[in-house]
Write a protein that binds this ligand. Structure first.
Ligand code: GLN
Length: 489
């Protein structure tokens, strides 16, 4: 069931106050965060004021469903006067002078911010282990990575240290950690949500996405953050609400993407097959399609993402922004080199080098232009497939998990595992990770659904139904005690 709607009812009836609710989460964070490292910054003082404001909204009848709901933000989303580090030494002391559009919208509705969550440095990674501030643990098993790069947000929600959170997704960073932690995560259609105040990684692929314990809560968050914002020319918003999720899905058509099952771990294949079976039982027609072109997804993604990153991250030179080395420099060149060498971690430096290389004279045509052509073809193929069916079904990741520490030893293996998620970023299409299956030893396995551009609501609709039939992971204890014993859908 919707945690947000249940809490909203209790807040409205006065069974709980926004202050009590926030205090409940801060005490859980205090207890559990030292082991998880999901939060980099906790903001109890500002939350007190926000909770008071929420209480006023309930008292004067202007409360929204998100009023008083405690949320977390990935640490690449700007909040005025609050540390926004991007998981990097480069921005360790950066404090923005304005709020990200998404937080402006949520705070206007009276949501309460608990804190900023840990992430891979500049959102580059798949395990939340490239953070300058140390790795995040998976709350379901500390020997596993929570996924990344929004691993702090995913771990916080999965552990019950926030009701919901926002992450950012450039190549899978909302969906893959959602899958590894057993929660729901959506990468909205490119342009559904404003990127104003999101620290850029690869601007043509970046989207802010909601993460929550179920599809209904994800839909509520999306409905509040989608916007047509003049400060982000690529945004046009969505006409999306969370109210029609309960309509039947009978007659919808779903295609399994055959290539994305090849090379996937058996438990991941089983999760997709099981999902298809359960969709059939809901009256959904299942077919299989083959798109061999998908094999170029990961290479094209890494060329385009690194190219854009090398340009976006050029501003961090220690003069305009960012870390400044103590060591004396003899020239401006040496000054900038020192700052960037010491301020960025290994993975970020590697990607800046790759990006600079693929854009350089002589290699531009060979790499960047080719990758852009692949991107166009990929989008055409996926859109053509979505004229035949309503949704595409595939794994979130070919692997069910990453053991802690593994991705740093084999970065290219981790890059290849972005194959299933990066296709939605390259094509701009919306995609959702749904925690439908629980594998034998208790670990959740997510499956991914992709939909037509700006049909994010339809994707959430199908995800909602899938969750109602699924063996989804139980809600964390911190949340269950707030629900008054009602966890059924
Ligand atoms: N794992 C991908 C990468 O490292 C995705 C990152 C993201 O979506 N921010 O680039």
């Amino acid at each position: 069931m919707s945690v947000i709607r249940c809490l909203h009812r209790r807040l409205q009836k006065g069974e709980l106050s926004p202050q009590e609710l926030a205090a409940h989460f801060f005490s859980a964070i205090q207890k559990e965060n030292p082991a998880l490292n999901a939060y980099l910054h906790v903001c109890e003082e500002t939350a007190k004021h926000q909770a008071e404001e929420a209480e006023r909204q309930f008292a004067n009848g202007s409360a929204d469903e998100l009023t008083g709901i405690p949320l977390a933000l990935k640490d690449n989303l700007c909040v005025q006067g609050m540390p926004t580090t991007c998981g990097s030494r480069m921005l360790e002391h950066f404090s923005p002078v304005y709020d990200a559009a998404v937080w402006e919208q949520l705070s206007a509705k009276g949501a309460v911010l608990l804190g900023k969550t840990n992430m891979d440095e500049f959102a580059m990674g798949s395990s939340t282990e490239t953070s300058f501030f140390g790795p995040v643990k998976n709350p379901r098993n500390p020997l596993l990575s929570p996924g990344g790069s929004s691993g702090g947000s995913a771990a916080a929600v999965a552990a019950g240290l926030a009701v919901g959170a926002l992450g950012s997704d450039t190549g899978g960073s909302v969906r893959q950690p959602a899958a590894f932690c057993g929660i729901t995560g959506l990468k909205p259609t490119y342009g559904a949500v404003s990127r104003w105040g999101l620290i850029a990684y690869a601007s043509s692929l970046d989207q802010v996405g909601p993460m929550a314990l179920c599809a209904e809560d994800t839909a509520l968050l999306l409905a509040r953050i989608s916007a047509n914002d003049s400060r982000d020319d690529t945004s046009r918003g969505l006409s999306q609400t969370a109210d029609s999720l309960r309509e039947p899905v009978t007659g919808k058509r779903v295609a399994i993407l055959k290539e994305m099952l090849e090379g996937a771990e058996p438990v991941v294949v089983k999760a997709v097959e099981d999902t298809a079976r359960r969709l059939r039982s809901l009256g959904v027609e299942i077919v299989e399609i083959s798109l061999p072109f998908l094999q170029y997804t990961a290479p094209a993604y890494y060329i385009i993402a690194c190219a854009e990153a090398s340009s976006n991250l050029a501003r961090y030179d220690g003069l305009r922004y960012g870390y400044r080395s103590e060591a004396p420099a003899n020239s401006f060149h040496e000054f900038v080199c020192r700052n960037r060498q010491e301020g960025f971690g290994e993975e970020v430096r590697r990607r800046i080098l790759m990006g600079t290389y693929v854009l350089s004279a002589g290699h531009h045509e060979q790499y960047y232009q080719r990758a852009k052509r692949i991107q166009i073809k990929l989008r055409e193929e996926l859109e053509a497939a979505l004229e035949q069916v309503d949704f595409l079904l595939c794994p979130v990741c070919p692997k069910a998990d990453f053991p802690a520490g593994e991705t740093s030893k084999a970065p290219v293996t981790a890059y290849q595992a972005d194959l299933c998620t990066a296709a939605a970023n390259l094509s701009g299409l919306p995609a959702i990770s749904v925690p439908t299956a629980v594998w034998e030893n208790g670990h959740p396995v997510g499956v991914q659904l992709m939909g037509r551009a700006f049909a994010d609501g339809e994707l959430l609709h199908l995800a909602y139904w899938l969750e109602t039939t699924g063996t989804r992971p139980p809600y964390p204890e911190t949340i269950r005690v707030l629900l008054d014993g009602k966890e059924e859908f």
